[in-house]
Design a binder for this molecule. Structure first.
Ligand code: GBH
Length: 475
């Protein structure tokens, strides 16, 4: 659109939900307190896989400091707080028979404190911290996980569903599958880029659909909440205006967002056609007697289809994509796509090499999702950028101002049904394998102080003013 570069003055819809997001392993600490079982991230960290040997053993210590967090949320003036439950805190060995009341109490206390301040909880059931005991039994590559996850979800709905109305089954199914079971750079560190990765993804989709339907038949009637899934996706801009590059960019979105999204939101209950074709063809040339991409049964397809109340999207950045035929030599999800990806040198960089700043990308990916996924209600469940230490963060203010303005254009000019936005993140926290140095917080956290002192950055003040004004006015 021609209005790409123009700032848009206007308001968000009246009931637009503003908030911030966190995840259990990144903030809670108390990794083995009050009966909590170890997760695959505890194991990974204790095996020295994180920068500088860091761990989430204490992190922001939110297990003990949650009241401070809730106070900060109140000061920001958010409507909604997105956080995740540590499965192994509630069920230390991953199964119902290990139900841990102290773990349940922690989340009850947090939820009640939020509600007392009129803040709506939005809970992610799975933000990557699988109970180690379940990984030991095969993790996401085991078909049994579908019922393990269904049991876990049921326990959470039973314990918290009377007060929690927004549920996200998974955070970033792509990251779980590709980083965890494809290239193994994230926990549990499995290297299986051609097959294990697809198997894990397949079980995640099945698990999502089962949990969605279980909520719908057992809880929706009495609690009236909603269930969605969060998928991470960049905007993929074609490198050139050639037909091959446009097709490649679209194929890249299908291979990442469509991999999970198409089955749930796309209408067929199945993987994107282009993905089925590419993986089948590569597998055939590689001598496999069937595609490395698993198949859903008819029954599974009908369960997948429409298994959502909303789509959660984590959107941080954009990439340029070109068509690039890959050799058949190595079976790999990455090679299967026949693309090449790079950053546009015009986009400002950040300390995270994967994160370049391109505000209009959020508008384009929102329109893509509207068009391909039957115009679902959408929450932007994460967006943000790291900054250097200190409280003065003009780069973060720039990021939020312009990304959020482009999201407003998506709502007002393109009629995308965006319902809310939860910024990543409330405060600096454990940035997975990168440790504590990338700081994504609206609040600065002092990781050397015993009480993990939190102080608002300038961006926190900017964000709370934006929430109060619910949009942008000429001043
Ligand atoms: C989100 O992932 C996560 O949901 C959140 O927990 C995290 O804190 C936030 O982003 C900020 O990073 O260089 O191979 O290690 C965003 C997608 C996928 C981007 C993993 C960084 C690192 C890949 N992320 N990626 S690697």
């Amino acid at each position: 659109p021609s209005d790409r570069d123009e700032f848009y003055y206007g308001k968000f819809p009246d009931h637009f939900q503003w908030g911030v997001a966190t995840a259990a392993y990144q903030i809670e600490g108390a990794w083995n307190e009050d009966g909590k079982g170890p997760s695959i991230w505890d194991t990974f960290a204790h095996n020295g896989k994180l920068a500088n040997g860091q761990t989430g053993d204490v992190a922001c210590d939110s297990y003990h400091l949650y009241k401070v967090d809730v106070q900060m949320l109140g000061d920001l003036g958010v409507n909604i707080y997105r956080f995740s439950i540590a499965w192994s805190r509630v069920m230390p060995d991953g199964t119902v028979r290990s139900l841990n009341q102290k773990g349940v109490d922690y989340y009850n206390n947090l939820i009640d404190a939020l509600l007392a301040k009129n803040i709506t909880p939005m809970i992610t059931l799975y933000h990557w911290d699988l109970p180690q005991a379940l990984e030991d039994r095969g993790g996401w590559r085991s078909d049994s996980i579908v019922s393990w996850f269904e049991d876990y979800a049921r326990v959470c709905f039973e314990q918290f569903g009377d007060r929690v109305k927004h549920w996200i089954t998974f955070n970033e199914a792509f990251v779980i599958s590709w980083l965890g079971y494809g290239i193994g750079v994230f926990a549990p560190g499995v290297y299986d880029p051609g097959a294990g990765v697809y198997k894990a993804a397949h079980n995640i989709i099945r698990s999502h659909s089962r949990a969605y339907h279980m909520y719908k038949s057992n809880f929706k009637g009495k609690y009236g909440g909603s269930v969605g899934i969060t998928l991470d996706i960049e905007w993929k801009e074609p490198l050139t205006d050639s037909v091959d590059d446009s097709l490649a960019a679209d194929r890249a979105i299908q291979f990442k967002l469509g991999w999970f999204g198409n089955a749930i939101f796309g209408g067929s209950g199945d993987y994107p056609e282009v993905m089925k074709q590419y993986v089948a063809e590569k597998s055939r040339r590689q001598g496999f007697n069937s595609s490395r991409l698993p198949e859903f049964t008819q029954e599974e397809k009908s369960l997948n289809k429409g298994a959502y109340d909303f789509l959660g999207m984590n959107h941080y950045t954009s990439t340029l994509v070109s068509n690039q035929p890959r050799p058949d030599s190595q079976p790999s999800y990455e090679q299967d796509q026949d693309i090449n990806t790079m950053a546009d040198p015009c986009w400002p960089s950040t300390s995270a090499d994967w994160l370049k700043v391109n505000p209009w990308g959020i508008r384009y990916i929102l329109r893509w999702a509207k068009q391909h996924f039957n115009n679902p209600p959408i929450y932007i469940t994460e967006s943000g950028r790291p900054s250097v230490e200190g409280l003065d963060d003009p780069d973060r203010i720039y990021y939020y101002k312009y990304y959020i303005n482009e999201m407003l254009k998506a709502i007002r000019l393109d009629n995308v049904d965006v319902r809310g936005y939860t910024a990543w993140s409330l405060m600096d926290n454990l940035e997975w394998t990168s440790g504590y140095s990338p700081r994504f917080g609206l609040y600065h956290v002092d990781f050397t102080s015993p009480n993990r002192t939190r102080i608002p950055r300038k961006s926190a003040l900017f964000f709370s003013q934006l929430i109060r004004e619910n949009g942008f006015t000429r001043s």
